[in-house]
Design a binder for this molecule. Structure first.
Ligand code: PEP
Ligand code: MG
Length: 570
């Protein structure tokens, strides 16, 4: 049995289709005519661009625009004169063959990207290696592995799934994906989730242990891979697979149902999204709106800032897609650890306590914040957009941001541009300071959304990404729970809407507590919506008061978790 990272939920049972790239031997062979070799390279480059364009269009129709964007990234690299002239210079300088010039030039760039401590740059390194191999294969007349014609019931096992391979996947034939590399947010994981194929990534050493045609089980929910399972294991996982599919199917009866507790409390059940294409999934799973649009994704994977116009189009698309339902759009939460190379940010000593989110935006009003707020205001004419400010710690930040919004509104009035004059402005409550001052903040803003991912980190002083101290990172810690309860009660007292968009909002053990505390809105990944609606409609918020009182009487996270686990299993 292998353990890896659970990248896409569900159980896949089938036969291994091991994808091993044909080994190419790349040697520094000398060429007779440098000019002819440069022409040979240019021909291969043009062919690779053409193939990539086809792949992009395939992805756009089979998976989605967002996924096709990955191929646009490849096209951008292939069109980069720094790279192509670098390769041509290498051919000329040493009179070497194109394959070798590509190898050295692309590898230099890929290594440079890989050395940067940033997930996006790591991805760029993967992209660079992908196009390197494809150009070399084109030169050598090697056809890439034909994933499109894998037989039914295939489980793809590969070192990493390059986007160009994934483009060919037929979800009707592929029942699972296992890779040695990658993480939850790597492109292969994103694509697997988009196609709803169970996937486990970062399974080290699996390629050495599996042969083409071996029987396999992939548990994408738990991150488990079994090669040549016993009869018993196959039976166990078949049953789990049936249960997973049955639950998924059963939940469909909650589509179109209102989210109301047994004692008549209406709850807003909305989705977290990262880009406009995610709206399709929100509608598929009957989300009642968007509770968090993380706009930083619009700024990633590109080489320059999205313009006001591009942002306007993106926000408008979401607003129109949700046809008047609430759409909470969070202004840029970037900086510190979430680096964007073209923004020219220095590395912070303490990124999570550093120059990020609203701090950065207020410091860079002209080039960053104003265009984003203008785009948001303009898009507000097309739907239920609300503006949300992240990482707030003090009142001055809210006032300064609101003053800028008022300034832009006046500017739009002068220009005769439409926008929603009553647009709501709220904040993420995700720092200890914001929680402690919630009663004051509640009088200044239209709504709260509790960001438990950060609130837990800042309350417990525990880096949310540090494995070594992850035992401290629990939203069930009484300190975090008191903070959440306090924020909700301050909002209710002031009569403003209070939601939650951190991961805790979809945690089955947390939902009963949040209902008892009086949370109005739950925002989560679209695929968790129906399961949460089923839970919420099964409870009476009055009856849950006693459960919450009991939970809050414990003094450690472990006790609370054990109690809630038992409660929900009843
Ligand atoms: C949070 O902090 O809970 C949150 C929703 O924001 P992010 O995970 O993007 O920091
Ligand atoms: Mg946050």
């Amino acid at each position: 049995m292998f353990k890896g990272t659970n990248a896409s939920a569900g159980i896949g049972i089938g036969k291994a289709a091991v994808i091993k790239e044909v080994e190419m031997v790349i040697r520094p062979d000398k060429v007779a005519s440098v000019e002819a070799e440069v022409q040979r390279f240019r021909g291969a480059l043009a062919d690779t661009v053409a193939q990539t364009t086809v792949l992009r269009d395939d992805l756009a129709t089979k998976v989605g625009e967002k996924e096709a964007e990955i191929m646009n990234g490849h096209l951008m690299l292939l069109a980069d004169p720094m790279l192509t002239s670098g390769i041509e210079d290498a051919i000329k300088k040493d009179s070497v063959c194109s394959e070798y010039a590509i190898e050295t030039t692309c590898t230099t760039y890929a290594d440079m990207f890989a050395a940067m401590d940033d997930e996006l740059m790591q991805q760029r390194a993967t992209d660079m290696r992908d196009i390197k191999t494809r150009m070399q294969q084109t030169l050598q007349g090697i056809k890439p592995v034909d994933i499109a014609s894998l037989p039914e019931g295939s489980i793809i096992v590969a070192k990493d799934l390059t986007p160009s391979m994934t483009a060919g996947i037929n979800p009707a034939n592929v029942t699972g994906i296992v890779t040695e590399l990658g993480g939850k947010t790597s492109h292969s994981a994103i694509l697997a989730r988009a196609l709803e194929i169970p996937a486990v990534v970062a399974v080290s050493g699996v390629l050495d242990k599996v042969q083409d045609g071996d029987s396999m089980v992939v548990d994408g929910s738990e991150g488990v891979v079994i090669v040549n399972p016993t009869g018993e294991e196959t039976a166990e996982y078949s049953a789990r697979r049936e249960a997973f599919l049955k639950e998924k199917k059963d939940l469909e009866r909650f589509i179109g149902q209102p989210t109301v507790t047994k004692d008549g409390v209406h709850i807003e059940l909305v989705a977290n999204i990262g880009n406009p294409d995610d709206v399709a999934k929100v509608l598929q799973y009957d989300g009642e709106g968007v509770g968090l649009f993380r706009t930083e994704f619009l700024f990633m994977d590109r080489t320059s800032m999205p313009t006001e116009e591009e942002q306007f189009e993106a926000y408008k698309k979401v607003a129109v897609g949700l046809a008047g339902k609430p759409v909470i759009i969070r202004t840029l939460d970037i900086g510190g650890d979430k680096e964007i190379p073209y923004m020219g940010l220095a590395k912070d000593e303490n990124p999570f306590l550093g120059y990020r989110a609203i701090r950065l935006c207020l410091d860079r009003k002209e080039d960053i914040y104003r265009p984003q707020l203008r785009a948001l205001l303009r898009a507000s004419a097309f739907g239920g957009i609300k503006i949300m400010i992240p990482m707030v710690t003090c009142l001055d930040e809210i006032r300064e941001a609101k003053a800028l919004i008022e300034e832009i509104k006046a500017e739009l009035d002068r220009q005769g541009i439409a926008y929603n004059k009553d647009i709501q402005v709220g904040i993420m409550v995700e720092t200890a300071a914001a929680s402690l001052m919630a009663d004051v903040f509640a009088k200044e803003v239209d709504f709260f959304s509790i960001g438990t991912n950060d609130l837990t980190q800042y309350t417990m002083s525990v880096d949310r990404g540090n494995e070594k101290i992850s035992y401290l990172y629990s939203t069930f810690n009484p300190a975090v729970l008191r903070s959440i309860r306090h924020v909700i009660s301050c909002a209710r007292e002031a009569g403003i809407m209070v939601g939650m968009c951190g991961e805790a909002a979809s945690d089955p053990m947390m939902i009963p507590l949040l209902l008892a505390f009086g949370l109005n809105e739950f925002s989560m990944s679209a695929s968790a919506i129906l399961r949460s609606r089923k839970m919420i409609t099964g409870y009476s918020s009055q009856e849950l008061q006693a459960v919450a009182d009991k939970a809050m009487s414990f003094t450690t996270a472990k006790e609370v978790e054990a109690y809630m686990k038992e409660f929900i299993s009843q």
